[in-house]
Ligand binder design. Structure first.
Ligand SMILES: C[S@@+](CC[C@H](N)C(=O)[O-])C[C@H]1O[C@@H](n2cnc3c(N)ncnc32)[C@H](O)[C@@H]1O
Ligand code: SF4
Length: 337
């Protein structure tokens, strides 16, 4: 790795870029875009404020030259953005980039083949319950479990593997689904990951007592299917890996609340309207779209990104653990989950 790549004030480098390609979604997950706040009508961005695919590809090239090696397209629901395979094809031209996508799975069965053909490498699919009533209550859009399961199987069939399946665990809402999901995906080749319910944004009215600690998830599964820890794939990996002792595959837990991983955080986020956020819990972003649309050259954009990263001091989850309150936060659908 070249030595002149930017390093932040805590010694961290930039490695993963998450891009929110749309702030819109067809689901209203209770922990992300609950109807209780805006109903179905969230204040979405007007079209001309959204980065075009060409603008996104241009900044990604600059990020790649600054050390970013992995790009995840997310949102909102990324598959709601028209012709997303066109963006994937543009990004696939950039050398050495790992290209992934996070989706609620509702359009995946129909789109997986074109995404793969365009150059997408892997997908992560969110699925919070197998029980029909609980899943529909979680997505609050009356969307059936079968649609997501079909998306997962199609993704695997076209080679977007290994498919990761993310379950956000909210106590009292879907924690009874931990074991049914574990049973379902054991032996499937897909990697099920349990995510602690996080205090992102303000809409979800997060409470600590609704978080199920990752350690409790591991204990509950281990009691039925004995588990053993697996070494991380790389330093800074957020998911803690476990495997079934009987060889039926692996699971992950993401303990973003109970075990802050700020110290190793190499993530940077680009919002739908082209603002750069150096933390999921940041209160403001840096406007790259203004630079792009003002006609700045690649060197000027690179210098701006390097300057922002070098000044970075974010460690919100450590502060939360220490009880320090935080002001208004940005919604996850906009900043990119
Ligand atoms: C914001 S979504 C965007 C992509 C896509 N719509 C989806 O649901 O996969 C990305 C991921 O963030 C997770 N997420 C959203 N709100 C969360 C919260 N409050 N705590 C933990 N994870 C959350 C979702 O479950 C999903 O796995
Ligand atoms: S988690 Fe994903 S699917 Fe659910 S509301 Fe948020 S963006 Fe939509």
């Amino acid at each position: 790795m070249p030595n002149d790549l930017p390093i932040d004030t805590r010694g961290r480098r930039m490695h993963d870029l998450r891009i929110s390609v749309t702030d819109r979604c067809n689901f209203r997950c209770v922990y992300c875009m609950p109807k209780t706040v805006f109903g179905r009508d969230y204040p979405f961005l007007p079209r001309d404020e959204i980065l075009s695919y060409e603008e996104i590809a241009r900044v990604v090239r600059v990020f790649a030259a600054q050390g970013v090696a992995k790009v995840r397209l997310t949102g909102g629901e990324p598959l709601l953005r028209r012709d997303l395979h066109r963006l994937i094809a543009l990004l696939a031209e950039i050398d050495g980039l790992e290209l992934t996508l996070t989706t609620n799975g509702s359009a995946l069965a129909a789109r997986a083949a074109e995404l793969k053909a365009a150059g997408l490498q892997r997908v992560t699919v969110s699925l919070d319950a197998l029980d029909e009533t609980i899943f529909r209550r979680m997505n609050d859009a009356d969307y059936p479990v079968s649609g997501v399961l079909a998306g997962i199987e199609t993704a695997a069939a076209v080679g977007l593997t290994p498919v990761k399946v993310n379950m956000v665990v909210k106590r009292g809402a879907n924690d009874g689904e931990i074991l049914p999901l574990a049973r379902h995906f054991r032996g499937s080749g897909h990697i099920l990951r349990f995510i602690e319910y996080m205090d992102v944004g303000n809409a979800n009215r997060w409470r600590m007592d609704e978080v199920v600690p990752a350690a409790e998830v591991v204990r509950r599964i281990d009691a039925e299917f004995p588990l053993e820890p697996v070494d991380p794939n790389y330093g800074g990996e957020v998911a803690e890996r476990w495997r079934y002792k009987d060889g039926a595959g692996e699971i992950g837990v993401i303990a973003s609340v109970t075990q802050a991983f700020c110290a190793d955080c190499t993530r940077v986020r680009l919002s739908t309207d082209g603002k750069l956020y150096t933390c999921l819990f940041a209160t403001h972003g840096h406007d790259l779209r203004a630079l792009l649309r003002r006609g700045a050259g690649d060197e000027a954009i690179a210098a701006a990104i390097a300057g922002i990263w070098t000044a970075r001091d974010d460690h919100y989850s450590e502060l939360r653990a220490a009880g320090v309150p935080v002001m208004k936060k940005i919604e996850m659908s906009y900043i990119g989950g």
